[in-house]
Design a protein around this ligand. Structure first.
Ligand code: KG4
Ligand code: ZN
Length: 353
């Protein structure tokens, strides 16, 4: 079963080819991130226009990289949601058209589930990929930590899962991005906060952890506001100081200590609930997906606090990519899930688990 995966939910135009839900044959990503950097965040119209230009070349590169022709492809999988409407439309329209023109079955994939399925890739002959030795086993606790989602999900089997809890406001990646803005670090925020944190003391400041009604729910907006108040205090001003004034008033050492303290608490918030869920549900594997899965502090805390080791996918497969979509698409195809009608498949920007 060889599946072409197409992903265009945000600012990455991505395509990949995966065999049997475990073997990565190619993985191509074209990002419009540089175009958004001057605005400090993703501009949906620019992202959509970039997808139009990139989508067919990226798909062709994915086929060539895999050494495949269209004859070798058994199915196409595409991200249906969640994501930006204009961005999703381009990937879905490309996939629909190709499915009709090349006579391939089409599978609609949930982007958030896809992040978890990146961890099912265990084999590749591509250079520079470090993949887990074996596929996760069920019951599997999925920890989704991305720019749009923070969720704990218990999978009993493929396509049989329960959402245990999720953020009630900001996602953890969004909190990283907002903290980056507060202390004046460039876009993309998450990776730059984690780099700055390396120079700082994670114990420099104590910041609050939200107490939630739902045992497995999260909240990150209070933490973000606490960082804003802390930054204002550190400059010697009161809370009326506009946040735009902070980057030039904060010293580099203060920024580093704020970044490190925020990152410690944000990661602890996730890890606390992962431990709770492990105690209650005794999963056979714990799997992390989404952009923040690349965060080394999160990985360090999990290694220190979990009673068993967990494996991670390659850093290049934590952020948005086509390989995760192709992998989940393989399982859709193998489990005979209903095939989307290429003539009617619609995007679903708010698709939930
Ligand atoms: O999964 P992803 O690429 O896109 C979504 O589906 O949202 O996640 C992007 C998020 C952004 O908020 C980004 O700042 C964050 O992941 N991120 C990180 C790191 N790398 C990316 N956050 C913390 N540490 C990182 N190393
Ligand atoms: Zn994502």
């Amino acid at each position: 079963m060889i599946v072409l995966g197409i992903e265009s939910s945000c600012d990455e135009t991505a395509a990949a080819v995966v065999k049997d839900g475990k073997q990565l044959l190619s993985n191509m990503v074209s990002s419009s991130m540089d175009l958004h950097a001057q605005y400090g965040g993703v501009i949906p119209e620019i992202a959509a226009r970039s997808h139009i230009e990139a989508v067919l070349p990226v798909i062709q590169q994915a086929l060539t990289g895999a050494g495949c022709t269209w004859n070798d492809i058994d199915a196409i999988a595409v991200t249906q949601g969640a994501g930006l409407l204009g961005s999703l439309l381009i990937g879905v329209l490309a996939a629909r058209t190709l499915a009709i023109a090349k006579r391939k079955p089409l599978y609609a994939v949930n982007h958030v589930e896809g992040h978890i399925y990146a961890n099912f890739l265990t084999e590749t002959s591509l250079p520079n990929y470090v993949l887990p030795d074996m596929q996760p086993v069920f019951p599997m606790l999925g920890v989704i930590v991305s720019g749009g989602h923070s969720q704990l999900v218990l999978w009993r089997d493929h396509f049989d899962y329960t959402l245990l809890g999720q953020t009630q406001d900001d996602a953890i990646g969004e909190a990283f991005d907002k903290v980056a803005k507060i202390i004046g670090l460039p876009y993309p925020g998450g990776i730059n906060v984690s780099k700055k944190a390396l120079e700082g003391d994670p114990q420099a400041f104590s910041l609050p952890k939200a107490r939630m009604e739902g045992k497995y729910d999260f909240s990150f907006s209070g933490l973000k506001t606490a960082v804003l108040r802390l930054a204002q205090e550190q400059t010697g001003n009161d809370y009326s100081l506009p946040s735009t004034a902070l980057p030039s008033l904060l010293k580099e050492a203060q920024k580093a200590n704020i970044a490190a303290s925020f990152q410690r608490i944000a990661c602890e918030t996730i890890v606390d609930k992962v431990l709770l869920a492990c105690a209650e549900f005794s999963p056979k594997s714990v799997v992390i997906g989404g952009g923040v899965a690349a965060n080394t502090e999160l990985r360090r805390q999990l290694a220190n606090r979990l009673p068993f080791p967990i494996s991670y996918t390659d850093m290049k497969l934590c952020g948005d990519n086509g390989a995760m979509i192709a992998t989940l698409g393989c399982f859709h195809a193998l489990h005979n899930r209903p095939v989307a009608d290429p003539y009617t498949l619609e995007v679903s920007p708010n698709l939930s688990m």
